[in-house]
Design a protein around this ligand. Sequence first.
Ligand code: SAH
Length: 223
Amino acid sequence: MNSEPEYIQRLRLRMVEQQIMRRGIDNQRVIEAMSRVPRHEFLPGEPVENAYQDGAVVVGHGQTCSQPYVVAYMTSWCDPHPTDRALEIGTGSGYQAAVLAEICREVVTIERIEPLAETARRRLSSLGYQNVRVECRDGYEGCPEGAPFDIIVITAAAAEVPPPLFQQLGDDGRLIVPLGRGPQRITRFTRQFGTLYRENGLDVRFVPFVSEHQDTGHEDHEW
Ligand code: SAH
């Protein structure tokens, strides 16, 4: 990103310092990745400043790109490593996929809304992310042909984790999801020696996971 104006780099570094590091995120890989990914490129309809503000941003089709802190929180909870293969459900703008792609070996991201998938695919490719594949379909079934994954991130709120996604989580794998109807809590599942462990984290508000396989109970959501 050498051609990027300096003031945009400053906005981004300020975002990382004030919204992420100051709030206790200390995963160096995540800090570096979020210092590099040009978030404003994923939110082209917005003034550049809005992309780096402390909040979620609407990306059209009733969907949002999550607040930077929430992306940092979820990504550091994934504890991503350079050898990892990651699956994201809910591509949206493609921003979270880019953050993962900065760190991981390979990322598959699935989006159900065709225009969002297509835009994210073009954007990620033009920004040079060659290790991300965007697929357009219902993410409920995950990506069986790509399994097992070290990381699975669901970036839409689900009442429960689709069982196929648990099956695609490898040993030592981490699955992060905003769980719940109405109020949601970021939840981490880790698989160790075949057993799944569950931990509860931050309270959040995500757009709903929408699937013909699952009643999310979110029909009256306000996004
Ligand atoms: N990670 C995104 C934000 C996600 S918003 C970003 O960085 O911008 C949640 C996204 O999940 C929306 O785009 C929505 O269309 C998608 N989604 C919801 N249910 C889905 C499903 N069953 N399969 C795939 N995508 C889904």
